[in-house]
Design a protein. Structure first.
Length: 167
């Protein structure tokens, strides 16, 4: 796995990614895993936002999966493909698949699967029950951009806090 930046991140991308990090912080403060995401239409309007809600046992309650569910119910196929999903952490395999199946457009992420895997290994966190795959391995047709180096330390600190790691 190697990080790549297929498209340069814009100032607008960074505004949306910062909101995702705020949502991740809200999740952590509520006792959940620190992930947050939002869906933005071509006009720049945030259509949907959410954070992780897995603490009660439903491991599918990722914000990226909720975006796919919401978009499938509320947007036309054309609106979905023209929208951009922003997220604090690159989609997992489940969320990447859901994103592709409902025909959502570009994904922009603050931190990558590769970064998360490296932090987990460094902190000796037990592996996830699924393979940590980059979006392109699961949904090769979905355009992606990220990571955002200027947000990496902040996201890493949220994950460290989740696991009780002192940085």
């Amino acid at each position: 796995m190697t990080d790549s930046v297929p498209d340069a991140l814009t100032p607008e991308d960074l505004v949306h990614l910062r909101r995702c990090v705020e949502l991740a912080r809200e999740a952590l403060e509520d006792g959940d895993e620190p992930f947050g995401s939002l869906l933005v239409d071509p006009a720049g309007t945030v259509r949907f936002e959410d954070r992780n809600r897995v603490k009660h046992g439903d491991a599918t309650r990722h914000p990226e999966f909720e975006i796919a569910r919401w978009a499938a119910e509320h947007l036309t196929p054309e609106e979905r493909s023209a929208s951009v999903t922003y997220t604090s952490g690159e989609h997992c395999a489940m969320c990447s698949a859901a994103h592709a199946w409902v025909g959502l457009g570009k994904i922009v992420y603050a931190t990558s699967t590769e970064q998360y895997a490296a932090w987990s290994a460094e902190w000796r966190i037990p592996p996830a029950p699924i393979a940590l795959l980059p979006i392109r391995s699961v949904a090769p047709g979905v355009p992606v951009a990220g990571p955002a180096p200027e947000l990496a330390d902040e996201v890493r600190a949220l994950h460290a806090r989740r696991f009780g790691i002192d940085l």
